[in-house]
Design a protein around this ligand. Structure first.
Ligand code: NAD
Length: 409
């Protein structure tokens, strides 16, 4: 099943409702740069990609994923989503993504460092603060960004902290990056609740993917009176009808590395978690978690995509026909890249901005993005989904930039 083929279907659909012409849409059908190498370390080969999808609005921007299921199809799709996400967020970036296909779990730190450095070395000609700026994604983190920055700077022979984001503070990172994706998602959920669930108290939620984005958003929602009845990671899930203790679960996951041996609540599978009776289902793991195989069984009326692409095209249709509202990934999880933009801007100017000021800015930007999407959705009198509204806005901005550049007329 090609994730990218699904993206093309989504583009076709938006084209039909927006009237975008074929010759305009063609600039969004393929990436502008697709680089592949096999990293070789101690005789072992690691397939690695860096794909720059579009650069009309600025340099490429998007994370690097280390995962056994990474493929060209996946990286291309993630780069496509980054393109739309950055455009929708109105930050001066195109979209890109990278990945290495291997299982980082249980690997020695030396091996992980060797793979990270080999990646930065191999792709150095294509990376840079004005070319393409990576960041962490699934199973990559600040330490990996540090090795990549160091390797890149050795290749180019000068300091360039703005070539990568999600760095430790000591290397030019920004403290608020850690929970920024969750913070952005939290702001969007509050907006969604105010429009669709106003006045409802003790709303319940479940989180698939209790990792960085998933655990932080759970903590923020719980602190605000929402009740988490289920959470899962790749080892499985836990359920408790009257609510799980989110802080305790987060501390447990931090210490044990997985939720599998958590002793409170009832053990459930990931499939069961998705089908839990809750108000809000938060998807924070990987792509294609809700498909035509399980869309019918989803009971939550509100789905928030913190992960990229967790609901596929066919499932979108089934859920829309049931009246399920989906807050799409390119809106819900954009807090991370917006904060990466703050980090990059600081690195480029040498200025260090007050964190409180940046938090206010993130809040304002997320609300503005939500409002733009929601108003587009309302203007179409509920005939389009929030995803279609978000795609429409994002595509429009890219096409205007492409026109100014003269790539399309
Ligand atoms: P992470 O590695 O910290 O967490 C991912 C979690 O998902 C882990 O706990 C893992 O065990 C779990 N998981 C993996 N497969 C699963 C499965 N089949 N079922 C249930 N859980 C599963 O990664 P993250 O940074 O939190 O990213 C999660 C998602 O959010 C990804 O899709 C990523 O692209 C997206 N995202 C993250 C950020 C960010 O800033 N962290 C920004 C934008 C989008």
């Amino acid at each position: 099943m090609s994730i990218f083929a699904d993206n093309l279907k989504r583009l076709q659909e938006v084209q039909a409702i927006s009237g975008i012409k074929d010759e305009e849409m063609k600039v969004l059908l393929e990436p502008v740069q697709n680089k592949y190498v096999e990293l070789e370390i101690e005789g072992e080969k690691y397939p690695a990609w860096r794909i720059l999808y579009n650069r009309a609005l600025g340099p490429g921007k998007g994370g690097i994923r280390f995962h056994p299921e990474v493929s060209e199809d996946e990286v291309k799709s993630l780069a496509f989503w980054m393109t739309l996400k950055n455009s929708l967020a109105d930050i001066p970036y195109g979209g890109a993504k990278g990945g290495v296909k291997f299982n980082p779990k249980g690997l020695s730190e030396q091996k992980l460092e060797a793979i990270s450095r080999a990646y930065a070395h191999a792709f150095a000609p294509y990376l840079g603060q004005d070319k393409d700026i990576p960041a962490p994604d699934v199973y990559t983190n600040g330490k990996i960004m540090s090795w990549m920055l160091d390797e890149f700077e050795q290749v180019v022979g000068h300091h360039e902290p703005g070539m990568i984001t999600g760095k430790p503070v000591e290397l030019g990172g920004i403290k608020m990056r850690g929970d920024a994706t969750a913070q952005g998602g939290y702001i969007v959920i509050k907006e969604m609740v105010s429009k669709f669930l106003a006045g409802k108290k003790n709303l319940s939620f479940a989180v698939q993917g209790f990792g960085n984005a998933g655990s932080f958003i759970a903590e923020k929602l719980a602190a605000d009176g929402f009740v988490m009845v289920a959470a899962s990671d790749s080892s499985g899930g836990v359920y408790q009808a009257d609510g799980l203790d989110v802080s305790k679960l987060a501390q447990f996951k931090q210490a044990a590395g997985s939720l599998s041996s958590y002793e409170e609540g009832t053990k459930i599978s990931n499939a069961e978690l998705l089908e839990t009776e809750v108000d809000i289902l938060i998807l924070a793991a990987l792509e294609n978690q809700i498909t035509e195989l399980n869309a019918d069984k989803i009971k939550a009326k509100y789905i928030v995509e913190l992960a990229n692409g967790p609901v596929d095209f066919a499932a979108d249709k089934i859920l829309a026909s049931k009246g399920t509202l989906i807050v799409p990934d390119i809106l819900a999880n954009s807090g991370g890249v917006i904060t990466s933009y703050f980090e990059w801007a600081q690195n480029r100017t040498g200025q260090i901005l007050d964190e409180e000021y940046l938090r206010v800015l993130l809040d304002k930007k997320m609300k503005a993005n939500w409002t733009a999407v929601y108003e587009k959705y309302l203007a179409a009198e509920n005939k389009i989904t929030l995803r279609q509204a978000a795609y429409w806005l994002a595509i429009n901005r890219i096409l205007i930039a492409e026109k100014y550049r003269g790539r399309i007329s």
